[in-house]
Design a protein around this ligand. Structure first.
Ligand code: SF4
Length: 482
């Protein structure tokens, strides 16, 4: 049987995946090995995921962003899902989770794994539930069979809601929004109707054995995460977290990699405490947070309310941020929502890396600022987090080629352009005519992280085109407005 990354790391071996990660993050391979061996970082890397470019998730590395894709009962076509995958990777997702709950689940999952250069995550209970009429009819065998099949298909990490227990359920009685995790609510119903303990908890050792065989990484789900600011940091959430700490150690005993999922909806003043508590309870296992939203009042803008919380969480040590799109709480995201959500979260991740003084992170900011001050518009677009959008917005008012060297834009206009005025004044004083100490991103300590336009994300492994059933999709087709 092939060994897992953590097994090999503990044995002192630097694997090819660790070498690649070290190269991408500009870190010593031995440091990467130590972090994986100690469970402080994970390299989700199913043995069967051949198209994967390995990446690492841990608080000592660049903050990562996950994009959820997938269909629902109302939309179920493979082509649309692959376009979403392509959009997500194109706009910088470090991992994707296929949360499909509609039709063609197997075909969509296989297509995603085949095409994804980033790790693919799933929530297997979403598929298992499709095989029964009532959630209460789920069996241990069905759950294990589903998990095993998805592991064989090459899924790199799975959300397993094993931490929600029967004894936790009464703790949610006084909540404003009850149990909002889909997996959590299914399991709560199952436990109440069957009068038995959570089957994922009861069968956790068996799940560990499957994960060890395929090197699937646990993403221990927080089925009792708060669904509103009012429910944040309550007894139910922290009781489940204690169980997740216990399960983390069990998985490590089975030589399986683990990360732990976190909330949800948390007011700003509690975000850092939540991260520190998880890091303490789960012995430093990487924390993978959903936002969190820091206020509940902005449906339609929840990519913003949650990116604020995500920045704070990453500042405090969260290793991966699960993006939220503007459609959160309102509907299934479309491709443009995926783009907007990813932009918000890549900003959150990078802002935290800059604030945390992650080696080389600020070089990207410096390079863009220099291009801006020099009125090098083309370079400014190239360096932008979303180059297509930056140029589109600029060109809406000043489309001509001659404006690509103009010493103003339409925001302040030629007369009031403060940077032009400042440069003219400095030139008149003989202080400077150009920035002569430009940041060289290729020489940056985080060269791969900072090379635009991918930010902390390597798109070199992303196919320029995806062909499905004779139809070719490109990012441009997905964004004809650019
Ligand atoms: S016009 Fe204003 S916004 Fe535009 S480049 Fe000059 S200072 Fe910046």
């Amino acid at each position: 049987m092939k060994r897992t990354q953590i097994q090999r790391a503990r044995a002192g071996e630097v694997t090819p995946a660790m070498e690649r990660v070290a190269e991408r993050e500009n870190r010593d391979p031995e440091f990467v090995r130590e972090q994986v061996a100690d469970g402080q970082a994970v390299i989700p890397n199913n043995h069967a995921h051949d198209s994967l470019d390995p990446m690492i998730i841990g608080r000592e590395f660049a903050t990562k962003v996950n994009a959820n894709i997938g269909n629902s009962e109302t939309t179920s076509d493979i082509e649309g899902e692959l376009r979403k995958l392509h959009t997500a990777v194109h706009y910088g997702a470090d991992t994707v989770m296929d949360l499909s709950t509609g039709g063609n689940l197997n075909e969509i999952r296989e297509a995603n794994v085949d095409h994804a250069p980033v790790p693919v995550g799933t929530v297997p209970i979403y598929e298992a539930i499709k095989h029964v009429d009532d959630p209460a009819d789920l069996t241990h065998e069905l759950l294990l069979d589903t998990i095993e099949k998805q592991a064989e298909q090459g899924v790199d990490y799975m959300t397993i809601h094993a931490g929600i227990l029967m004894e936790h359920l009464p703790l949610t009685d006084g909540r404003k929004t009850g149990i909002v995790s889909r997996g959590g609510s299914i399991l709560a119903q199952w436990m109440e109707e069957n009068g038995m303990q959570n089957p994922l908890y009861a069968k956790f050792d068996a799940i560990c054995e499957i994960f060890a065989e395929h090197d699937v990484t646990f993403s221990l789900g927080d089925g009792l995460r708060p669904g509103s600011i009012a429910d944040a940091s309550d007894e139910a959430q922290f009781a489940e977290l204690d169980t997740l700490g216990e399960l983390t150690r069990t998985a490590w005993d089975h030589s399986v990699q683990v990360m732990v999922e976190g909330p949800g909806h948390v007011p700003m003043d509690q975000v850092a405490d939540n991260v520190e508590r998880q890091q303490s309870v789960c012995d430093g296992a990487p924390f993978y947070v959903l936002g969190p939203l820091v206020t509940d009042v902005a449906p339609g803008y929840d990519h913003i309310t949650s990116a604020i919380g995500a920045t704070e969480a990453a500042r405090a040590g969260a290793a991966m941020l699960c993006y939220v799109t503007p459609k959160e709480h309102l509907g299934l995201p479309e491709e443009e929502d995926v783009r907007d959500g990813l932009a918000a979260y890549r900003i959150a991740a990078h802002a935290a890396d800059v604030a945390n003084d992650h080696p080389g992170a600020r070089d990207w900011d410096d390079a863009l600022s220099e291009a801006r001050y020099e009125f090098d518009w083309r370079r400014q677009f190239d360096l932008a987090l979303d180059p297509e959008r930056a140029q589109t917005y600029h060109d809406q008012t000043l489309p001509g080629d001659n404006y690509k060297e103009a010493r103003f834009c339409s925001m302040c206009g030629v007369e009031f352009c403060s940077m032009r005025i400042d440069q003219d004044a400095r030139d008149a004083d003989g202080e400077m005519s150009a920035i002569d100490d430009e940041t060289d991103l290729r020489a940056s300590a985080a060269a791969e992280v900072n090379l635009p336009p991918v930010g902390s994300h390597d798109t070199s492994g992303v196919p320029e085109k995806v062909e499905i059933d004779g139809v070719t999709f490109t990012p441009e087709e997905s964004h004809a407005d650019d």
